[in-house]
Design a protein around this ligand. Sequence first.
Ligand code: 4NP
Length: 169
Amino acid sequence: MKTTQEKLAALRGKDKIRILFVCLGNICRSPAADGIMHSIVEERGLAHRFEIDSAGIGAWHVGQLPDQRMRVHARRRGYELTHHARQVRSYDFEDFDLVIGMDSGNISDLRELAPSPEAEEKIVPMIDLVHNLTTTYQCIPDPYYEGAEGFELVLDMLEDGINHLVDCL
Ligand code: 4NP
């Protein structure tokens, strides 16, 4: 099994890198990661090098815009979240180079969904990418049942991790 750093190194400099962010519902963490990454690569003049999308393990919120609270917190930082939720599917492993999961539940569900050992190698925990922020978290915590601080913490972690991801690629 390759480490996260080895997986990133293998993609470094590739013309088009396809990245899928995955969380449980696809209405809080992963659409925020998707919107933040679109904005960062646009700002850094690298949009042509990336294809970015997000999906959820569950189907409860399919078709919905991100949670209103996440949209409000993201908008305050300049991110307009317009993704419509969809469920992850096994052929996403063909369409994407990296499948980034937000917590250990997402990671184990993705491992079960991966159609081959090569597909499984594409899975990366988002927490591995968090670089500058000092945190004791082992995952990107689900903010759904949390207050404003939960959403702010997720956005801090995602901004940090995605800047680092783009630096590595
Ligand atoms: P997310 O948050 O996985 O970051 O989108 C959640 C959204 C909805 C639910 C759980 C987590 N839910 O149980 O409906």
